[in-house]
Design a protein around this ligand. Sequence first.
Ligand code: G4F
Length: 327
Amino acid sequence: MADLALITGITGQDGSYLTELLLGKGYTVHGIVRRTSTLSRSRLKHLFDNPAIYGRQLFLHYADLDDATTLRRILAKVRPQEIYHLAGQSHVGLSFEIPESTCEMTATATLRLLEIIRDLPGSPRCYHASSSEVFGNPAQVPQDEETPFNPASPYGCAKAFATQMVRVYRQAFGLFACNGITYNHESPRRGENFVSRKICRAAAAIKLGLEKELVLGDLTAQRDWGDARDYVRGMWLTLQHGTPEDFVFATGQFHSVQDIVSAAFAEVGLNPESYIRQDCRFLRPAEPHRLVGNPAKAKRLLGWEASTTFDALIREMTLAELTALAR
Ligand code: G4F
């Protein structure tokens, strides 16, 4: 029987790359999508437009994460062997504005899904997209799978709850449920309101004379930035491992927002100082510090390693923006 996977959040950056990875491995892929008034599925358009894939190897189902009845019905019908739970409100800054719905979509929805999986026959394997934000302001640098949670945002709290619930359901009910604790991961498909894409897009737009300035928040903020395609490979490897375990996926290296600015503007041959303006609108009420991951366990047990350098990633993203905007 062909491998069968179900992805929540299939239309996002990670969902789209994971879909391509699984289809390439011969999987049949089912995705859960929210009904929206616009068709915001550009990341998967090339697959929907391919009649050899869409409706044959790739299927979509409408459901909201707060609709347990529909989720239960879809999972019972599809009977996936692997479930990748990637959906949720993923913007940390926004979670300070909409904390309740962030907790509903990120924390409670994960618990809801675990409850449904608990009742499913066939014990599907489940990957939960956890986040470095669970560590918030961590007591240790770098962080690993044993580092205590200390979230600094509503989003981080919601992810900490969901991550711990995955652990509880694994221990209490024997589910093959795993957390991938991923650090920031970027690509040309990153959403435009995340800082890496925002900067690369602005550098390209300013170069082409389409925009005049780039308005940012904290330029000194540091993160461990990697390539999203490496991280979806980690998701798949997590569910192929013999035992259900949690893994940290990270590069192990810090870079600042200013480093992204410098790399992107260097790529288009401009001096960023002439174009950058800081605005407190983009500052967050609280900012995590010293978030950098130790991926040693993933390397040892899964053979996983980050394959792209920070500079190569920002270069690729900036060139992709130049190409898209020039079109
Ligand atoms: O790109 P960001 O919005 O990513 P953030 O908040 O670190 O969260 C991302 O990574 C997490 C870890 O994997 C995920 F859990 C989460 O879902 C998401 O994918 O911001 C990065 C840094 C922050 O310190 C922010 O304050 O950039 C700083 N920043 C400075 N100016 C800005 C801006 N961030 C945004 N989005 N926009 C700005 O203008």
